[in-house]
Design a protein around this ligand. Structure first.
Ligand code: DC
Length: 229
């Protein structure tokens, strides 16, 4: 597989991965992939089917029966289930919570590995998630681990939801972020962890533009002429 021209970005919820991956891809003229949409799509459709509190074995059976597909774009990753575009259903706290449960199930993770690797195999891809530099693209030439204090991440998520017309309580969002951190870090299969060769960026005290400059400088160092440096 030629995933030598893949930039893998991992980090906890609310660390700014999506926005930064999108902006980095745009700056390089590469494609952008948000792998969280895969688990979110499973969750969104499962919620429609009343599976919010279903036991793990039912969630696994459900996930294995889904016909998921993702299209990379310069701005958004669009996801379809059985041909139906569900991208608009993915950004609610209920979907976040159930997506994290799907993401903790080894069989559900395995079922979407192939989709991700296929998208990386044509190169020029900036991809973000929790396991991109560790499990999906361990051979990626550039890996970032983005992180920030939970309070800073909760504050960003609060503003993001507010912009979408939801006024959730900041305390509830912080609690949800901490619960998801725990679930993402403590699961057995491909837990969120920093790849030993990842470039770590803590954005607690940095602006988005500052983080982007750091990342772009690093990409130019690693890829040189391939990215027009
Ligand atoms: O990044 P996000 O919040 O959209 O991700 C949704 C959930 O899926 C979150 O609980 C982490 C999980 N996830 C994962 O385990 N592996 C990925 N590559 C991407 C997301």
């Amino acid at each position: 597989m030629d995933s030598s021209r893949v930039i893998a970005i991992d980090g906890p919820a609310g660390s700014g991965k999506s926005t930064l991956a999108r902006r980095l891809a745009a700056a390089l003229g590469w494609r952008f992939l948000d792998t969280g949409v895969l688990y979110r799509a499973m969750a969104a459709v499962a919620l429609e089917r009343g599976l919010a509190s279903a036991p793990p074995e039912d969630l696994v059976r459900f996930a294995l029966g889904l016909d998921l597909d993702v299209k990379t774009g310069s701005d958004q990753s669009r996801v379809t289930v059985g041909g139906r575009d569900v991208t608009g259903l993915l950004r609610t706290p209920e979907v976040s919570t159930l997506a994290s449960r799907f993401a903790s199930l080894a069989e559900a993770r395995e079922s979407v590995k192939g989709i991700q690797r296929r998208l990386g195999s044509s190169g020029r891809l900036v991809t973000e998630g929790r396991d991109q530099g560790t499990a999906i693209f361990p051979e990626a030439r550039l890996k970032f681990f983005l992180t920030a204090a939970p309070e800073a991440r909760a504050e960003r998520r609060y503003r993001e939801l507010l912009a979408r017309g939801r006024d959730d309580s900041p305390e509830a969002i912080l609690a949800e972020i901490k619960a998801r951190d725990r679930q993402d870090q403590e699961r057995e299969t491909d837990p969120l962890k920093e790849a030993p060769d990842a470039f770590r960026v803590d954005s607690t005290a940095l602006s988005e533009d500052e983080v982007l400059s750091l990342m772009l400088a690093r990409a130019r160092e690693v890829f040189g002429k391939e990215v027009g440096a």
